[in-house]
Write a protein that binds this ligand. Structure first.
Ligand code: KDG
Ligand code: MG
Length: 403
């Protein structure tokens, strides 16, 4: 069997998605998600110029060999563009292999470790009261776990909080980067009040999570972790930028609040010290940005040795192809923790027909051979690419900060 054709499909049903389709000489095909939010066309160029020509004629069943061919062979290893391109190939090849085997992907990975996959949803509000209403809506919809982000008095606009209450937030919301202004002291004073209100209204059983989005220093993160300990968060996410993995050692010394990190990671080497030193509790590196199933499986296996569990990134800027493959992975992986879930728009769900389903705060994996997600290429053509950029953040004195 040979790879006969491969091509990218860029579509924007509400937001941009890049999909790689690989077709074999025997008519079977697989698809992979290649969406890197705000840098979509860099991955398209990488795939079209450097990857696809080298795939034609190769045996699609040699997933491991093709992975190393693209990783080692490029010489320039790692990086989000390279690893997203490799991930898309890898996901499409696993889709093909599972279809050839006549099995849903989770069976090829090793079968079910659980019947269903717990997810967390996103509650956001301009202030604490509006945010509590959104938490209540999620609880009514069956969610067992909710990420809680509220506006902070004195900060005009903030990542992760929707512009209008009740609507999802969209980080890539402008042609060129929007500029936000950030105040760490205002934020640190406000977050414990938010979680006190959440526990008071919803009691002890609801799992609550919070995303700091990389904006603190290690000692500030340590303080926040301590301050929210009484509210028993499921996790505190991305509390500092993680290029310096040792920073998490400092935070860990000060707090028992569980720590999650890794949505921007693209390799096991981004997380090696974090995992081996048990500085974190959840690893968020996901299939689309970290080299696909073949590589994330290695990360998860290493994590399992150190009591670190998975908590895959799952925003709307990863396509349903990534989410579908992730649900298979989550259903199999022994050290599963939780799966992030932001529902896609109806238009996106129509472009990407899929067989996973949400029920009572969990995803139930589908039984279709492959990863269970397809693309309607005709419909995709109705939604042309439109450049969209992520914001930047400045401190009140104008210093460019993490966002
Ligand atoms: O979902 C999350 O936890 C995020 O932090 C979302 C990111 O900001 C988003 O994926 C950036 O593209
Ligand atoms: Mg995040």
């Amino acid at each position: 069997m040979k790879i006969e054709r491969a091509y990218t499909i860029v579509t924007s049903p509400g937001r941009n998605f890049v999909t790689l389709k690989i077709v074999t000489d025997q008519g079977e095909y697989g698809i992979g998600d290649a969406t890197l939010n705000g840098r979509e066309m860099a991955v398209v160029a990488y795939l079209e110029e450097h990857v696809i020509p080298a795939l034609i004629g190769r045996d699609p069943q040699r997933i491991e060999d093709i992975w190393h061919f693209l990783y080692r062979g490029a010489y320039w290893r790692r990086g989000p563009v390279t690893m997203t391109a490799i991930a898309a190939v890898d996901m499409a090849l696993w889709d093909i292999k599972a279809k050839l085997a006549g099995m849903p992907l989770y069976q090829l990975l090793g079968g079910k470790s659980r019947d269903r996959v717990m997810v967390y949803g996103h509650a956001t509000g301009r202030d604490i009261d509006a945010c509590l209403e959104e938490v209540a809506r999620h609880v009514d919809e069956g969610y067992k776990a909710v990420r809680v982000q509220a506006g902070v008095p004195g900060i005009a606009s903030i990542y992760g909080v929707a512009k209008k209450d009740g609507e999802p937030y969209e980080p890539a919301d402008a042609d060129l980067p929007a500029e936000h202004v950030w105040s760490t002291s205002k934020y640190l004073n406000h977050v414990p009040k938010l979680f006190a209100a959440v526990r008071e209204r919803f009691g002890d059983d609801l799992h609550v999570l919070h995303d700091v989005h990389h904006r603190l220093t290690p000692i500030e993160a340590a303080r926040l972790g301590k301050d929210v300990e009484p509210y028993r968060l499921f996790w505190l996410e991305d509390c500092v930028p993680a290029e310096n993995q040792e920073a998490f050692g400092l935070i860990r010394q000060h707090t028992t609040t569980p720590l999650a990190v890794g949505e921007v990671f693209n390799s096991l080497f981004d997380a090696k010290a974090l995992i081996e030193n048990q500085w974190i509790d959840y690893i968020r590196a996901t299939l689309t940005h970290a080299g696909g199933i073949t590589h994330v499986r290695r990360i998860a296996d290493l994590a399992g040795l150190y009591h670190v569990r998975t908590g895959f990134h799952g925003p709307t800027d990863l396509s349903p192809v990534c989410l579908g493959a992730a649900i298979h992975f989550d259903t199999w992986v022994p050290n599963f923790g939780i799966q992030e879930y932001m529902p896609h728009t109806q238009a996106t769900d129509e472009v990407f027909p899929h067989d996973y389903r949400f029920e009572d705060g969990h995803f139930i994996v589908g039984e279709t051979p492959g990863h269970g997600v397809d693309i309607d290429e005709q419909l995709a053509k109705q939604y042309p690419y439109k450049r969209a950029s992520l914001p930047v953040n400045r401190l009140e004195d104008g210093t460019l900060w993490h966002w």
